[in-house]
Design a protein around this ligand. Structure first.
Ligand code: FES
Length: 102
């Protein structure tokens, strides 16, 4: 059953920032963009590049290794429709950031 795990607090990230967190043994890239939080698997599904180190363009994160773009909300890749990054639901409860883990 899915369950929400506390991963931080509001204000941990400034607008446009990202960081890698570890949740239940999984590395997740957490982004704060446009006043909302997004969470994707930290390793790029192409060849494992560090998505949290990429450039944010609108709601896309551009992987720093080969430039593939992934939508922060859906994980879909614009350059290669066969690629998709895993996404996680983030919710804010009181001042806590929670991520839904399967
Ligand atoms: S490893 Fe991310 S685009 Fe290649």
């Amino acid at each position: 059953m899915a369950k929400f795990v506390k991963v931080g607090r509001l204000g941990d990230l400034a607008e446009g920032q990202a960081k890698v967190i570890q949740v239940n043994g999984q590395r997740i890239a957490l982004f704060f963009v446009g006043g909302r939080y997004y969470a994707l698997e930290a390793a790029c599904p192409h060849e494992g590049g560090p998505l949290a180190d990429g450039v944010i363009e609108g709601l896309q994160i551009i992987c720093p290794w080969h430039g593939y773009d992934f939508h922060l909300k859906t994980g879909n890749c614009g350059l290669d429709p066969d690629l998709r990054a895993l996404t996680y639901l983030v919710k804010v409860e009181d001042d806590d950031l929670l991520i839904e883990m399967a």
